[in-house]
Design a protein around this ligand. Structure first.
Ligand SMILES: O=P(O)(O)OC[C@H]1O[C@H](O[C@H]2O[C@H](CO)[C@@H](O)[C@H](O)[C@H]2O)[C@H](O)[C@@H](O)[C@@H]1O
Length: 252
């Protein structure tokens, strides 16, 4: 099969490796959802598959996550060329480069102590701190999902749109308004090795829709779990297939 013959999942656009940039979400996409943020497991073999894909794509492989950049470093080390964290608020464009942060409003000082009080009152609720906000995880206490959302909405309502409550998987994230994964896609695609390629964004969550839209607007494509792949394992299997074969073609 020639490099240009492969149409991609569901017959949608998939450029050959020499023209593609792979922009991949982390939780629920590269790794299975786990009970807690720190208990996710990177499947054996995934780093090697990603390294081979990065080489095929001339280094143009990035992870774009809601997690902070240091979390992605913790799980994937030097595997991706670039990393965007906090849904696009923080971008490291190249290995060893600086993390470029979009300036954000300070978090109102009363919110975290109030969140900690809520977590103490409701066993199973966990708080994940991020540089510009935090996440209220209720995976182990689903009965308080509505209560947490109401409280979080009441906090952000006083900020006149500077913060908002982002729906996540069994979690509510309180974060600054205005920057999303689409901004991360646009920022990454401006410089080498991404510039001039077709961005292929893959994700599974609401915030990934911004990345998918941005990739499509820049002449690329977006794939979503479970619409295009039933689960992260199926997506990883697809990546492994792509990584096989010669240097200049997908292994399809
Ligand atoms: O943009 P992503 O890379 O998909 O990150 C989205 C959020 O993922 C993490 O939370 C989710 O995954 C956890 C581990 O599987 C799970 O326990 C939790 O219930 C999910 O909401 C991460 O903790 C967040 O910071 C990310 O924003």
């Amino acid at each position: 099969m020639s490099p240009t013959d492969y149409a991609g999942p569901a017959g949608r656009f998939m450029p050959p490796p020499a023209e593609a940039a792979l922009l991949l979400d982390f939780d629920g996409t590269l790794v299975d959802i786990a009970p807690t943020p720190e208990s996710v497991v990177v499947a054996p073999g995934l780093p090697d598959v990603l390294r081979r894909l990065r080489a095929k794509c001339g280094d143009a492989l990035a992870v774009i996550s809601g997690r902070a950049v240091d979390q992605i470093d913790h799980f994937l080390g030097d595997v991706p060329f670039a990393v965007a964290g906090e849904h696009g608020l923080a971008v490291r464009h190249r290995p060893g480069g600086p993390i470029v942060r979009t300036e954000q409003p300070p978090l109102p000082p009363t919110w975290l102590p109030a969140a900690e009080t809520l977590a103490a009152q409701h066993p199973g609720v966990r708080i994940e701190r991020k540089p510009a906000g935090f996440v209220l995880h209720y995976r182990a206490a689903p009965e308080v999902a509505d209560l947490l959302r109401e409280v979080a909405e009441s906090w952000v309502a006083s900020t006149h749109g500077r913060f908002h409550v982002q729906m996540a998987k069994m979690a509510w994230e309180i974060r600054p308004h205005g920057v999303d994964k689409g901004h991360a896609v646009a920022a990454l695609m401006q410089s080498p090795p991404f510039a001039g390629r077709h961005p292929i964004f893959v994700g599974d969550d609401v915030t990934d829709e911004d990345g998918i839209r941005a990739a499509e607007a820049l002449g690329g494509a977006g794939f979503r779990i479970p619409r295009d792949f039933p689960d992260p394992a199926a997506f990883r299997a697809w990546l492994a297939t792509l990584a096989a074969g010669g240097k200049d073609s997908w292994g399809v």
